[in-house]
Design a protein around this ligand. Structure first.
Ligand code: PRP
Length: 183
């Protein structure tokens, strides 16, 4: 779906599809260099990371493994609480593996903070993070992101995996949702 297909639902296109692909290619060259000669397991966090995982994995010039987790934050409405429940765990034993967590967005950082601690407790060789988007103004904890796509303003964004009420994930760009849609 293109922004023009849902023109009235958006106020601004923040990042075009071509910019996303260009940035992911840059990140992939760094990942390839950093993990040269090593095994690499990409761990995608459902559902938002589906698009970035698919494009990142295909852009990488090394064979990699992929696995998925689904987590849910306890708490009210759209606010993350930091207390996370695993809805779907990994199928992979992380012992001795190089893990790269793939996320669509870091908002408060609470989900990733919990996830990093959880995955590190499984004796992997290493755990790093690749996130397409980060909202610095929304951060409640510091997260060390090794591979970051873009910092964005603290606005309600959708597209490229990010949803509002499960809609707009299939938008090719990242865009700001019009307030009349959610208010
Ligand atoms: C989003 C995103 C991260 C999390 C970030 O997932 O994919 O996992 O929120 O927020 P935080 O930094 O404040 O913890 P969401 O819970 O919306 O689920 P989804 O990926 O299925 O849309």
């Amino acid at each position: 779906m293109e922004p023009r297909d849902i023109d009235g639902d958006l106020t601004e296109i923040l990042i075009e599809e071509e910019q996303i692909h260009g940035r992911l290619a840059e990140l992939c060259r760094r990942i390839e260099a950093d993990y040269a000669g090593k095994d690499l397991l990409l761990v995608g966090v459902l559902k938002g990371a589906v698009m970035v995982m698919a494009d990142l994995a295909r852009e990488l010039k090394h064979p990699i493994a992929m696995d998925w987790m689904a987590v849910s934050s306890y708490g009210s409405g759209t606010q993350s609480s930091g207390v996370v429940r695993i809805l779907k765990d990994l199928d992979t034993d992380l012992h001795g593996r190089n893990v790269l967590i793939v996320e669509d967005i870091i908002d408060s950082g609470l989900t990733l903070s919990w996830l990093i601690a959880n995955l590190k407790s499984r004796q992997p060789e290493s755990v790093e993070i690749c996130a397409l988007l980060r909202k610095p103004d929304a951060a409640r904890v510091d997260i060390d992101v090794k591979y970051l796509g873009f910092d964005i303003p603290n606005q309600f964004v959708v597209g490229y995996g990010l949803d509002y009420a499960e809609k707009y994930r299939n938008l090719r760009s990242v865009a700001v949702l019009a307030p009349h849609i959610y208010s």
